[in-house]
Structure formats: C-alpha cells, structure tokens
Unconditional design. Structure first.
Lengths: 115, 111
C-alpha cells in the first residue's frame, strides 16, 4: 500500500506571511492524484487543491499552490498571505489513477495562524 | 449538484450496545463510498470502501462492519461497541479518479 508522510505535526505562521507544509509519499506507480485537504475546527474535510501526477505544471488555487516534485515524491503546499481562517489541520492524500478506489492520507499538520 | 448526508452528528452509546451510522449521497450514480475513522488529533484511518451495491472491502479487521444496500447508501454497524470504537467517523464519496467529498462526520463516544 502507498504511504503518505507529513513530517510536521504542527506549524505556525504570522498573519499575511507565507508558510509551506511538507508531504512525501511512496509509490511505484507513474500516474496518480495528490490532494491537500483542510479540516477546520468544525472537522468538515474541505478540498484545498488537487494535482495530477502526469501534469508537470504545479496546481494553484488563489493563495494556495503546490510544489510537486515527482522524482523526489514530494508534494508541498504553500499558503501565501496567510489568513486567520487558514488555521486548521491539513492533510495530504494520494490516490492511484489505476487502482483508484482508495485514498491514502498522511497524519496531518496542524497550522496555527498568529495575528 | 452532489451532496452527502451523514447522521447522526453526535452519538453517545454504552459499551456493548449496537451501532448504526448512515450515509447517503445525492446527485450522482454508482459512487465509490468510504468510511474513515479519525481518532483525536490523528489522521484518517480507512475502515471500509465500496465500489458498488453489496461490494465491501475492509481495510482494518475489527468489530465494525459495513453494508451498501442501495447504490447511494452506506451503513457502518457494530453489534457490540467497545470503548476503543470512540472517535470521529467520516463518510466520503468519489467518482472516477477525482477527489473524495466528505460528510460532516459523526462524533461517537462509547461510555
């Protein structure tokens, strides 16, 4: 089974600053999807951004962008101009394109935004 | 548009009692359905997933079971709850190879 590793249990950032959350994964597959989910205190899981492995261009959604390094199996999330509402648990997730029925999640990074 | 309903939102059950959590999806056909558990401050553990009616795959052997009696209905059950079953349970759905969409979760406390 694929494994997803988030090595930063907790991170903090000053409001309006930039923060990067790290994620690495282990797979022997060549095509797959990667995701970042946000879980605020309400515990509702919200999709932040998605990256298809066959696309070399890094995905961007407003203040959120990723640095996808396929060879290194790294998928980091950059949050620019951090806002108080960004405070949440962030999960990295992997899904195979071929045996794509399962999602594999990391253990999460808790992000605190300091006013 | 697609929506997912999960209930109840909160549940307190005594040890040894049965459990039934229900999840339904609207606005899509033949979705993949998932049950996850999240312990306090921890990541998501996949419990069961289903690719069709009556097709259930179990990831973690334990005293929980799942059923899919209808295309868009997914039920998580237990005959006798244990203290260790306490946690936050999330239902999710997906189609093709795109992202999973999650319900609002059920906070289960076994006392």
């Amino acid at each position: 089974a694929q494994t997803v590793t988030q090595s930063q249990p907790e991170m903090s950032v000053q409001e309006a600053e930039t923060v990067t959350l790290s994620c690495t994964y282990d797979t022997s597959e060549s095509d797959y999807y990667l995701f970042w989910y946000k879980q605020p205190p309400s515990r509702q899981m919200i999709l932040v951004i998605r990256q298809e492995a066959y696309k070399q261009q890094n995905a961007t959604e407003n203040r959120f962008s990723v640095n996808f390094q396929k060879a290194a199996k790294s998928f980091s999330l950059k949050i620019s101009d951090s806002q108080l509402g960004d405070a949440a648990m962030y999960f990295c997730a992997y899904r195979s394109l071929f045996t794509g029925n399962q999602f594999y999640f990391g253990t999460g990074t808790s992000l605190t935004v300091i006013p | 548009s697609q929506t997912i309903h999960q209930w109840p939102a909160t549940l307190v059950q005594p040890v040894g009692s049965p459990l039934s959590l229900e999840c339904t999806v609207e606005g899509t056909s033949n979705p993949n359905l998932y049950w996850y558990r999240q312990a306090a401050g921890r990541g998501l553990q996949l419990l069961f997933y289903s690719v069709g009616i009556g097709q259930i795959s179990s990831e973690v052997p334990q005293n929980l079971s799942a059923s899919r009696p209808q295309d868009r209905q997914f039920i998580l059950s237990s005959k006798k709850l244990l203290l260790s079953d306490s946690g936050f349970y999330l239902c999710a759905w997906s189609v093709s190879a795109v992202e999973a969409f999650f319900g609002q979760g059920t906070r289960l406390t076994v006392v």
